[in-house]
Design a protein around this ligand. Structure first.
Ligand code: AFD
Ligand code: MN
Ligand code: MN
Length: 442
């Protein structure tokens, strides 16, 4: 998993979007209380033999990528309600991502989406991102929408289409995404296809997977040595009867067929309600195919709500499996962590800061699990104490640790207050052209 910006990248940050002095001024009156809370938590953890500074260092090394498209308002198939000042191009998206990272200090990488984020000069884009304190994470291809002037429509699917020319176009687009990714420093290609059917009988369920695998193998063949292709499964939507890569079973079978550079990407919203996602994480890791995550939350479907806003306990249980995996690494355990949300009714910057904090909190709680006590209780079939080993960690208020990490990296103790005090959104509403009304989920 790419870690936070190294010193070199941090030194190249010349263009932070917010005033560091203003952040420090806002932090100052809260520093004593933070020191008091951090000290108190430190004493409580030391009674359990845990060094709070060691936990803080692990949290400081944790990071999660933000989606370039997440900086804009999302929408549903019914409507999309723009927010004044939302970004209209990748340059403005990068600036907004830099605000999220400057205040939260947890999100030093952006996951771009092509062709939405296309530019003429990718070397310049990489430098622009670095000047903002940002790098790039997995690149996302898009064969679920038609673009103006596109030769072949994706209305019959893309990598699984029955039309050879359409499949070829989708293959070439994914290979182009790899070529762009190489110029901006990415090493992962995330492939989510909307291919599927709305009617029984519409397509042969076996042969459509064959077509997908044959096409995906051509994309796989174009992967540079140090790259991975992350296959993202999704149960339904936009197809409502069947989806070619519908579940973790389809995903791992495809990844195993494609080869060692193919891994599975788990989007937390892409399963049937009540599915045990943490068990899927354990299964994929067991076979060395856990490639990464798209973090979000949901109540009913792929709702793309803010991470941890509905079911923070499930997020913690996912991270519990990830810590277990870190301690028992299988083939190349290095998952790409990314937020993938649709900010329909909030300021996207505020939602991404809040989500990054929720994700890092669950990571910190999972780090606090007493693994020795957990494993002993599991071996001894002591159900209650095994459960309590998780529950005790989940109940720890890790907010002082996260706040200390932020302060020490130049971020805000209270990210939302600092963001609103900066007047950033108001300024952007004055500077940027308005985004039109519309619909569409991403
Ligand atoms: C949609 C899809 C999927 C994909 C994302 C970005 O459901 O999650 O990762 O768009 O392409 O949310
Ligand atoms: Mn996703
Ligand atoms: Mn999704």
């Amino acid at each position: 998993m790419p870690t936070r910006l190294c010193a070199k990248e941090r030194d190249m940050t010349t263009n932070l979007p917010l005033s560091a002095d203003q952040i420090a001024t806002l932090n100052a009156p809260q520093m004593d209380a933070l020191a008091d809370d951090y000290g108190s938590l430190g004493r409580k953890l030391s009674r359990a033999g845990i060094d709070i500074d060691a936990i803080k260092d692990k949290v400081a090394a944790f990071s999660v990528a933000v989606p370039s498209w997440g900086t804009g308002r999302g929408g549903t198939r019914f409507a999309k309600f723009p927010i004044a000042g939302e970004p209209t191009n990748i340059h403005e998206k990068l600036e907004d991502c830099a605000v999220v990272n400057q205040l939260s200090t947890l999100t030093p990488r952006v996951s771009p989406h092509f062709p939405w984020d296309k530019v003429s000069d990718y070397a310049a884009l990489k430098q622009e991102a670095e000047s903002l304190g940002l790098g790039f994470d997995a690149v996302n291809s898009n064969t679920f929408q038609d673009q103006p002037g596109q030769a072949h429509s994706y209305n019959t699917g893309s990598l699984a289409s029955t039309l050879e020319a359409t499949r070829q176009q989708a293959i070439e687009h994914n290979i182009e995404c790899i070529e762009i990714g190489q110029q901006i420093g990415s090493t992962d290609l995330t492939v989510w296809v909307g291919d599927g059917t709305n009617f029984p009988g519409q397509q042969d369920l076996g042969r459509s997977l064959d077509r997908y695998l044959e096409a995906a193998a051509q994309v796989y063949a174009a992967l540079p040595e140090d790259w991975r292709i992350l296959l993202e499964h999704k149960m339904f939507e936009p197809a409502f009867y069947s989806t070619v890569i519908s579940d973790w079973g389809s995903s791992i079978l495809a990844a195993q067929e494609l080869g060692p550079k193919a891994k599975c990407l788990v989007d937390l919203g892409h399963h049937a309600p009540n599915v045990n996602i943490e068990q899927i994480v354990a299964r994929l890791h067991r076979f060395g195919k856990l490639g990464g995550f798209h973090f979000n939350d949901s109540k009913y479907g792929d709702d793309d709500l803010d991470s941890g806003s509905i079911n923070p306990h499930q997020l913690f249980l996912v991270f519990n499996e990830l810590i277990e995996a870190e301690l028992n690494p299988r083939d190349g355990f290095n998952p790409a962590y990314m937020i993938d949300q649709s900010h329909n009714v909030t300021d996207p910057i505020e939602s991404m800061m809040s989500s990054a904090e929720a994700i890092a909190s669950c990571y910190a709680k999972a780090v606090l699990v007493d693994r020795e006590a957990l494993n002993a209780a599991q071996q001894g079939n002591d159900t209650m104490m095994a459960f309590q080993a998780l529950r005790r960690a989940y109940n720890v208020d890790v907010a002082p640790i996260l706040a200390m990490v932020r302060v020490e990296a130049g971020g805000a103790i209270d990210v939302l207050t600092a963001y609103r005090a900066s007047g950033y959104r108001v300024r952007k509403a004055q500077e940027r052209k308005a985004v039109g009304l519309g619909a569409g989920i991403v």
